[in-house]
Design a protein around this ligand. Structure first.
Ligand code: S3P
Length: 426
């Protein structure tokens, strides 16, 4: 797809689609619950549809209505051995969380995904799940999917994770539902806590203290109504676009602002962005807010430490914002960027350089000198949705035309993204 600079300041109001992390979890926990779970504002992006597909293959009845998704849970022990291989598509969350669940079943499953998933590290879940007694084999022998998971009786563990990863934490906690004693996970800093919140909402006995989460086995989960808030990771592109295109004013309704996800709002404040936050209600244990963004001059800042897990998926778009900020922005402690849907340090650097940005990659992040004009270029998304959306925003303030290869990959998390971006310019 080709993109021109913004035709006009961005003006108007929008609802971004439902949160991806919360949508996945609602399907998974609803499938393990007794009774019906009704999900409103479910994200019908390819990743969450992969989760639905996997649970259907595990014998769960799931109805997709126009406005809601209904999950007819079979209880903790109600999954059935699938006839085919499970395909998680591009979704790391599906792959890692479902591995935790499958570890506690009484059958064997093979789980795979697309070319990107088959390169992403699964050793980080194989290690703790094996300690619990599961038998998981990487069929290609490289620690990646396809995985053959033989469910086994599990024992509870106290796991100290080397990475702040909600996917690792959640996989272990979900396996903990099937263990013979309590299971806990301690992380180096707190990652998103949607699993802890939603498991509690469904009736599991789960506690969090600092960076440690602990679950008791055998909890009975009860089907619930889940209202999925708008995804702050999707709102991030409009926060950035409205901040950098002069004269813009955009209101984004009902965005999830869970503190373990909303690090971008703190960084935007440090950068001098003009964002007003109007808290709304709590939806199914998750705080939400309306966000009003007006364009403002930005300045560079340092993004590091315990803030990183709270904005890990927003670092590509924050790097774009940094190019339009005066001064230097340093991103560090973010080596996890290398193992996302693409190697986001390499891919951001390559594409930002193509647009004339001043960027230097580092082992655990990047250094950006802002304030130099960007020009249009040929961008390779590497089929990474967050890269494609970040450069569609960069193109708004670049001189000339930008072409994004593989631009359709936005269907992973935000199928209507380009239409929404266009609409705000009319
Ligand atoms: C997610 C956790 C994060 C994030 C991913 C979604 C989740 O990954 O990058 O997009 O839903 O738990 P890690 O847990 O690997 O950091």
């Amino acid at each position: 797809m080709k993109f021109r600079p913004a035709a006009a300041p961005l003006k108007g109001e929008l609802h971004v689609p439902g949160d991806k992390s919360i949508s996945h979890r609602a399907v998974m926990f609803g499938s393990l619950a007794s009774g019906t779970t009704c999900i409103e504002n479910f994200l019908k992006g390819a990743d969450c549809l992969s989760t639905i597909d996997c649970f259907r293959r595990l014998g769960i009845r799931i109805e997709e209505k126009a406005e809601e998704i209904y999950i007819y849970g079979n209880g903790l022990h109600g999954l059935k051995e699938p006839k085919e291989i499970l395909d998680a598509g591009n979704s790391g969350t599906t792959t890692r969380l479902i591995s935790g669940i499958l570890s506690g079943q009484s059958f064997e499953t093979t789980l795979t995904g697309d070319a990107s998933i088959q390169k992403r590290p699964m050793g980080r879940i194989i290690e703790p799940l094996s300690q619990m007694g599961a038998s998981i084999e990487s069929l290609s022998g490289n620690g990646c999917a396809p995985l053959r998971i033989q469910g086994r009786p599990l024992r509870g563990i106290s796991y100290t994770s080397p990475v702040a990863s909600a996917q690792v934490k959640s996989a272990v906690l979900l396996a903990g539902l099937y263990a013979d004693s309590p299971t806990s996970v301690t992380e180096p800093s707190l990652s998103r806590d949607h699993s802890e919140r939603m498991l509690h909402y469904f009736g599991a006995q789960i506690e969090r203290k600092g960076t440690k989460a602990a679950i008791l086995p055998g909890s009975r989960l009860e089907g619930r109504k889940v209202m999925v808030p708008g995804d702050i990771s999707s709102a991030a592109y409009f926060i950035a676009a409205a901040s950098i295109v002069p004269g813009s004013q955009v209101l984004i309704r009902n965005v999830g602002v869970n503190p373990t996800r909303a690090g971008i709002l703190k960084v935007c404040e440090k950068m001098g962005a003009d964002i007003q936050i109007f808290p709304c209600r709590e939806d199914s244990g998750e705080p939400t807010a309306d966000l009003l963004i007006k364009s403002a001059p930005l300045k560079g800042c340092v993004i590091e430490g315990s803030l990183i897990p709270t904005l890990i998926d927003e670092l590509p778009i924050l790097a774009v914002m940094a190019c339009f900020a005066q001064g230097t922005t340093v991103i560090r402690d973010a080596a996890e960027l290398k193992v996302k849907e693409s190697n986001r340090i390499d891919v951001m650097t390559e594409n930002l350089l193509a647009m004339g940005a001043h960027v230097t990659p580092a082992e655990d992040g990047m250094i950006l000198e802002g304030g130099f004009p960007l020009h249009g270029a040929l961008i390779d998304s590497h089929l990474d949705h967050r890269i494609a959306m970040s450069f569609a925003v960069a193109a708004l303030q670049a001189e000339g035309e930008t072409e994004i290869r593989g631009s359709q990959c936005v269907q992973i998390s935000y199928p209507g993204f380009y239409q929404d971006l266009q609409r705000l310019q009319n």
